[in-house]
Design a protein around this ligand. Structure first.
Ligand SMILES: *Cc1c(COP(=O)(O)O)cnc(C)c1O
Length: 376
């Protein structure tokens, strides 16, 4: 699709740029009881399990809504009213899970680290040792707030060594960063249609260990968010309980075929890593500094510190970049004034080079000599 100010490339963490093929897959109306739709739904669910190598152990339960809906649904379905959660926080999505726990009235404790630091495995180990009441541990795979990659494998192994349940918000990583159920023993993982799998927004899904979900009847306080009920109903007749997001599923089906053609997680990781490398190298050439060191950086979204040059004004910069066809993402970090640029979605090296060229020109027009932040 031609790049124009009204039809920009989204350098954001979702919704994100989708392919023409994916958009085109929505030019049809499906009845929810239509066999073609039922087959498509089944295939989407099976493919999602296969991506995590979880077909034999887990079930895929889809849910209407944005990613947060399925996070809330998984939390209220999996954690019983007498359960206790431990949330590992280093950004807004960890904090959002705390807010959900407040709403659903489950007890919890937190382990928080700054947005540019992963949780400490030793502290996690000690916390689980000291508090046998903690039943479930919640973590975020890639914390989209900063773009930090959390060590989910070590976290999950530690949680399992203490025989607790492991729940992972893998929203912004699933499909681009390998997460194999045989290596990372998770009980539930949540993600959505509109992030690294490059579908359109409208549904989330949870991959849940079947033996765990089977014990979850009656936990949820909400009918529409009850993943046990959603799963049971779908098991019986392969249909959704309530109106399914038919067009979203059709687009997701098309997006997943493209994902497989690209080489699955390996192929997608390769393209996003290249996008990320080009972006970071190009921005560093302009003097910008990333919040995270390269070893903590996931190839999903990059946080850049705000330049100190007095000629720089983020509002003006953002608007000019948008006019040239690229949408950036303002930061909402507490550790440093910053902004973010995503490298996921239907974007390739050429898009990243073109975005960098636009950024370079806009900075020059603004009279910004250097993107370096204030010395700390
Ligand atoms: C995008 C995202 C979500 C879900 O956000 P929605 O706006 O509800 O789709 C949850 N967790 C993480 C880590 C995310 O990146």
């Amino acid at each position: 699709m031609t790049l124009t100010p009204n039809n920009p490339r989204l350098l954001t963490p979702g919704p994100l740029t989708t392919s023409h093929e994916t958009k085109e897959a929505m030019l049809h109306d499906w009845g929810s009881r239509d066999q073609n739709f039922i087959d498509m739904n089944r295939q989407v669910r099976d493919r999602l399990l296969a991506i995590a190598n979880a077909s034999d152990t887990h079930v895929c339960v889809p849910l209407q809504g944005s990613g947060t809906f399925v996070v809330e649904a998984a939390i209220c379905t999996l954690i019983p009213s007498d359960g206790k959660a431990l949330i590992l926080i280093n950004g807004a999505y960890g904090r959002r899970m705390v807010k959900i726990l407040e709403y659903v009235g489950r007890s919890y404790v937190i382990l928080e680290t700054p947005e540019d630091q992963p949780p400490s495995i030793d502290v996690l180990d000690q916390t689980l040792m000291d508090d046998p009441e903690i039943s479930h541990v919640l973590t975020v795979h890639c914390e989209t707030t900063s773009g930090i990659l959390n060590p989910v494998e070590e976290i999950a192994r530690t949680v399992k060594a203490h025989d607790r349940f492991m729940i992972i918000d893998a929203m912004s990583a699933f499909g681009a960063i390998a997460l194999d159920a045989a290596k990372i023993p998770f009980d539930a993982l949540m993600a959505s249609s509109n992030k690294c799998l490059e579908g359109v927004p409208g549904m989330g899904f949870a991959l849940i260990r079947e033996s765990v979900l089977a014990e979850c009847e009656g936990n949820a306080h909400s009918l529409s968010l009850d993943l046990y009920d959603q799963w049971q109903a779908m098991e019986i007749n392969s249909q959704w309980r309530f109106t399914p997001p038919t067009h979203v599923i059709a687009a997701f089906d098309a997006a997943m075929k493209q994902f497989e053609a690209e080489g699955g997680v390996v192929g997608r990781h390769k393209r996003y890593s290249r996008n990320c490398r080009i972006l970071i190298d190009g921005m560093r050439e302009l003097g910008f500094k990333t919040l995270l060191s390269d070893n903590l950086q996931a190839p999903i979204i990059v946080t850049f510190k705000m330049p100190a040059d007095p000629a720089f004004d983020f509002e003006v910069f953002y608007n000019h970049v948008k006019e040239s066809g690229y949408v950036l993402y303002p930061g909402k970090l507490t550790v440093a004034p910053s902004f973010r640029i995503g490298c996921i979605g239907h974007l390739d090296a050429e898009d990243m080079y073109a975005a960098l060229a636009a950024i370079r020109k806009i900075l020059a027009d603004m009279g910004v000599k250097n993107g370096a932040p204030a010395a700390t």
